[in-house]
Design a protein around this ligand. Structure first.
Ligand SMILES: [Zn+2]
Length: 416
């Protein structure tokens, strides 16, 4: 074990991989435009396969185009420990979201190879198809099929804006393999990702030990009052849907602030009839509530519904709250999370526990296999943006934690 613990990531090679692959889909402003299964995604997929093969790995595709690069272990009966993320980006995306997780996985393979380390489990790096959901909605589509959240027929039928389906894009790009998606074995799954938020940077921490992914609930609120003349209707005789909505939107903020770790956002407001001198009769707004705990999230919903009802009555309007979408909180596997924490301790990085605010392939993987994530800081917490940026030293640290977490998991996990 002494030898294995002393190996580390070649940070300059990892950084040069990040910069080299950033040519595929590079934008003028230093970001990336690399939509799933588009021409540039096909190029980076080819790069992924040839780079992994050069490291001695076997590379296969499953029926959803997910790419798996496998480095054999000493016990062929053990399922592989998997490392992964995605190489597709938003239309004006950055150079790190997803990419660091895949190239960090390749950096792990390289460190094992250079250190001549033999693991018990095979170690695999996976590139998930269409994580972003930018070309084919919804996001995390292929890891969702892998985990049984979506059927493959549904995923393959999803169209892009030109009415090309995901299934057609897989065929045209020759990305669909023979193995049915979801049948690929895995003993554990680790994903390295930039935080996509400002917390690690603000607290000057290098590593986020990700505990899980917070629960999310979306609603639409319809407020119904009465259209009337802005000049002739006394203030006491109005049913002003906009005034009511304004107080309700303030209440959404209040709900979030009065529950531990609560988040509340109103992102869309639509007002009818939208004329300067008409008191609005109808307002619709969206609400996004989030919390790491489903129990607290449920309490937030009750609080939110009670406040909306009370304000509707107080303002003399009607309000209907309709749930639109929800996603339960994800709690990562304690053994895998411990591997991440101990790896960060071994490598003497500053760290804190953190809950992911965004969705990741790991959210679906956690439903079918022991899973954990590693976060590293990104500049100003900016992501899904061409200005997305991370420091080489942090990228290296994240990959080092990935490497040592996988080595710890190799000794602790025995799923055959
Ligand atoms: Zn991502």
């Amino acid at each position: 074990m002494g030898m294995e613990n002393s190996i580390s990531i070649d940070g300059s090679q990892l950084w040069s991989d990040l910069m080299e692959t950033a040519r595929f889909g590079a934008t003028a402003r230093g970001g990336l435009h690399r939509l799933a299964l588009g021409a540039d995604d096909l190029k980076v997929r080819e790069w992924f396969a040839s780079t992994c093969r050069a490291l001695g790995c076997e590379v296969i595709h499953d029926s959803m185009g997910n790419q798996f690069a496998r480095r054999p272990g000493t016990q062929p009966d053990l399922k592989p420990i998997m490392i992964g993320s995605h190489l597709d980006t938003q239309p004006t995306g950055g150079r790190f979201d997803g990419i660091l997780g895949v190239l960090g996985g390749i950096a792990v393979l390289r460190a094992l190879e250079n250190g001549k380390v033999q693991t018990r489990h095979p170690i695999e790096v996976v590139n998930w198809t269409n994580e972003e959901g930018a070309r084919f909605t919804p996001p995390m589509l292929a890891s969702g099929v892998f985990a049984g959240v979506f059927t493959e027929d549904y995923a393959r039928s999803r169209p892009d804006r030109d009415d090309i389906t995901l299934g057609e894009a897989l065929t045209q790009g020759r990305q669909a393999g023979a193995q049915p998606c979801g049948q690929h074995p895995a003993a554990a799954y680790f994903e390295l990702h930039i935080e996509q938020g400002p917390v690690l940077e603000a607290e000057e921490k290098t590593i986020g030990v990700v505990q899980g992914i917070q629960g999310m609930r979306w609603y639409e609120v319809r407020v119904m009052g009465r259209d009337s003349h802005a000049g002739t209707t006394p203030m006491t005789m109005r049913a002003d849907a906009m005034w009511a909505a304004a107080r309700m939107i303030d209440a959404v903020h209040g709900v979030a602030m009065s529950h531990k770790d609560g988040l509340g956002t109103v992102g869309i407001v639509d007002c009818q009839p939208a004329s300067s001198n008409v008191i609005p009769g109808n307002v619709m707004f969206t609400v996004d509530l989030r919390n790491p705990s489903d129990t607290v999230l449920e309490a937030m919903e009750q609080d939110f519904r009670a406040r909306i009802a009370a304000l509707a009555e107080d303002c003399g309007v009607e309000a209907i709250v309709s749930p639109v979408w929800n996603s339960a909180a994800v709690h990562f596997d304690p053994t895998c999370v411990a591997c991440v924490r101990e790896a960060a301790e071994e490598e003497r990085y500053s760290m804190r526990d953190i809950v992911s605010g965004a969705g990741h392939d790991a959210a679906y993987m956690a439903q079918v296999v022991p899973t954990a994530m590693v976060f590293v800081p990104c500049l100003n917490g900016i992501s899904h943006n061409e200005a997305e940026s991370a420091e080489p030293v942090d990228a290296t640290a994240g990959a080092n934690v990935l490497l040592h977490a996988v080595l710890l998991a190799d000794t602790r996990i025995d799923a055959a």
